[in-house]
Design a protein around this ligand. Structure first.
Ligand code: ADP
Ligand code: MG
Length: 311
């Protein structure tokens, strides 16, 4: 893979004010790059700040601090309407729950064509219809579906509609926020395989958000692990899976279910205990081996290096 950065996220922060004087630091200084054509998986338990990271990158939320660059251009600085529209076209988002992200009063045709209209990508009604029908086919639905409403579809089909809507404007980067978590297990693999095929055919780049590591490992080239608003570890998928270093990543990995029910009954889940950390200094994100980053203190850094060497 050519290391061509499509997205650079530097020290991104998103703090929410709740009530009169409480602040939730949902994202608190997260940095990572995404390379063109890859799938970057972002994992972590519920509430760790994954969705807020995705939503802030795409400017659904205004960042509290930090920087986001898309194709080497600052996305979060002062921008003209035209520039914002351009970014809005290049980055699209797919949401976890297609039922709440698709307007129930709009036909599938109008839902999918929304981006085509906003960005004036079709010249007339006929071309609009053709584009939508083509997109329906691309995501495994058929053109007769265009006149129906979202509630007439199953969860998996609704997610396909969400994917078609995102694809309509021909984005380069898609942020998929737990796109399969709300679906039946039997449907999950179909949607993941569709996403993979689309990536191959269209050279798409994905930021794929999930709360468990099993599907993310299958789809991602690299994985970042989030815990309480911070990235605690980042590595190539295989490396992260085979040589996890941060105790939180280790505990997440023990939570991946295995197909053997006997093993499942007997195994012990390793809970993450944050008190195991060295507190002599503020932890920093450090590269323990090439492309393998861990949030750690200098002392932990030395320990992790020894741990890797002894494998
Ligand atoms: P995840 O997607 O990993 O489950 P979120 O990004 O949704 O995590 O949430 C991270 C933290 O930010 C949580 O504590 C959540 O309650 C809080 N949070 C998310 N969105 C808002 C909001 N709009 N207002 C206030 N707090 C929020
Ligand atoms: Mg979320």
């Amino acid at each position: 893979m050519a290391e061509d950065k499509i997205l650079e996220v530097k020290e991104l922060k998103k703090h929410f004010r709740v009530g009169r004087n409480k602040t939730v630091k949902a994202v608190d200084g997260v940095s990572f790059d995404i390379y063109r054509g890859e799938t970057f998986g972002l994992v972590g338990e519920s509430g760790s700040g994954k969705s807020t990271t995705g939503r802030t990158i795409i400017r659904l939320y205004e960042a509290t601090g930090g920087e986001v660059k898309f194709d080497n251009e600052d996305v979060h600085g002062k921008k003209s309407k035209e520039e914002l529209l351009k970014f809005n076209r290049k980055m699209q988002m797919i949401f976890q729950d297609p039922s709440s992200s698709l307007n129930p009063r709009m036909t599938v045709m109008d839902i999918i064509a929304e981006g085509l209209d906003v960005h004036k990508l079709v010249k007339d009604e006929k071309e609009r219809k053709e584009r939508v029908e083509e997109l329906l086919e691309v995501v495994g639905l058929n053109k007769e579906h265009a006149s129906r409403f979202p509630h007439e579809f199953s969860g998996g089909q609704r997610q396909r509609i969400g994917i078609a809507r995102a694809l309509a404007v021909e984005p380069d980067l898609i942020i998929a926020d737990e796109p399969i978590s709300a679906l039946d297990v039997s449907i999950q693999a179909q949607v993941v395989n569709l996403l993979k095929k689309l990536q191959k055919d269209r050279g798409l780049t994905y930021l794929f958000i999930a709360h468990d590591l099993s599907m993310v490992k299958y789809i991602s080239d690299r994985i970042g692990v989030m815990y309480l608003g911070n990235l605690v570890e980042l590595a190539d998928s295989d490396e992260l899976y085979n040589n996890p270093l941060h105790p939180y990543t280790k505990s997440l990995l023990t939570a991946i279910p295995l197909p053997d029910p006997e093993y499942e009954r007997n195994r012990e889940r390793v809970a993450y205990d944050p008190s195991v950390h060295d507190t002599s200094e503020e932890p920093k994100f450090r590269e323990v081996s090439p492309r393998h980053w861990v949030l750690c203190t200098t002392k932990e850094f030395e320990q992790y290096k020894i741990e890797l060497e002894s494998k």
